[in-house]
Design a protein around this ligand. Structure first.
Ligand code: NAP
Length: 289
């Protein structure tokens, strides 16, 4: 029997008003899972700051929060740029008040065979996912420490960071870093009452994704939102450094008999590599004449 569907959109897992008076900053909160997570905080009374780069994402995020009656602002910011992050936190403080909860959700990803990833493409994904998470967490902690106040950070990992599933070397490596950073920062900042946790989503299709992979049961975005609000709420006050997997046990479906392996080139509809073509590929990525 498959896992049952979740309660309807709009139901809350926590008491009404759990985040009344709190400011929640969500990077990448204008699309997909970030928007879904932000919405659950908004429904529970939080004021929301959406941080990302593109105006259309920022306005979509603010519109969605206002539609459930929350106060929300858009703050243009690239998480790779520490100075821009500092300015973004200044702006949030001036318009909403200090950030109480930080959700590090922004990410970049473009599935490709590893040998076809340029060093620049690899660096860009690591820069957004891992360095961006550190940059925002550091800015958040500096301000909470200076104010003598605790807080909560939620990072977004991915179950594929624990497997060898092909096609996302850059993102998987960066997410593995995020999982470790969650533990490190949780330990370092526990004496200051700053909790740091991580959610590892399985497959959560949503309309902002360009394509959907079909699976038996995939996650509904609200299921991630409920987990996020719980981990950042006072009801999780003794949970820190934890990575919570939300994937219906999907990533654990491995046994002595593995699912049939499909080479990455086949998954991407590329021809199987013939003898000598690897050398051609190397020349091409290096730009040899
Ligand atoms: P998405 O729709 O592609 O959203 C990514 C968001 O990150 C966008 O709002 C984007 O906004 C923002 N962003 C990208 N680069 C940025 C930068 N340099 N600075 C600031 N913001 C930036 O992704 P999603 O599917 O909702 O995924 C959300 C999170 O869940 C990610 O961390 C992802 O790795 C993780 N995840 C998702 C799934 C899934 O099935 N969907 C599975 C596992 C893990 P701008 O373009 O406006 O900057």
């Amino acid at each position: 029997m498959p896992l049952s569907p979740p309660p309807a959109l709009g139901k809350s897992a926590l008491p009404a008003g759990t985040f009344d008076g709190q400011v929640v900053a969500v990077t990448g909160g204008g699309t997909g899972l970030g928007k879904g997570i932000a919405l659950e905080f908004a429904r529970l009374g939080a004021s929301i700051a959406i941080l990302s780069r593109k105006p259309e994402h920022l306005s979509a995020g603010v519109e969605a929060m206002e539609a459930v009656g929350a106060k929300a602002i858009a703050v243009a910011c690239d998480v790779r740029d520490p100075e821009a992050i500092a300015r973004a936190f200044d702006e949030i403080e001036a318009r909403l008040g200090p950030v109480d909860v930080l959700i590090n959700n922004a990410a970049g990803n473009f599935p490709a065979p590893a040998e076809e990833m340029s060093p620049n493409g690899f660096r860009t994904v690591v820069d957004i996912v891992l360095n961006g998470t550190f940059n925002c967490s550091r800015e958040f902690a500096l301000r909470r420490l200076a104010a003598g106040k605790g807080g909560s950070i939620l990072n977004i990992g991915a179950t594929y960071s624990w497997t060898g599933g092909p096609g996302t070397s850059h993102s998987a490596a960066a997410k593995a870093g995020v999982t470790n950073l969650t533990q490190r920062l949780a330990v370092e900042w526990a004496p200051d009452d700053i909790r740091v946790n991580c959610l590892a989503p399985g497959r959560f299709p949503h309309k902002d994704l360009p394509t959907h992979m079909t699976q038996h049961r995939v996650g509904e975005v609200r299921e991630l939102g409920w987990a996020a609000t719980f981990l950042c709420s006072p009801y999780a006050s003794y949970i820190s450094g934890h990575t919570l997997v939300v994937d219906g046990a999907n990533w654990l479906r491995r046994s002595l008999v593995m699912p049939e392996f499909v080479p990455i080139r086949e998954q991407f509809g590329r021809k199987a590599r013939e003898e000598g073509t690897a050398t051609d590929a190397i020349s091409k990525t290096r730009g040899d004449k």
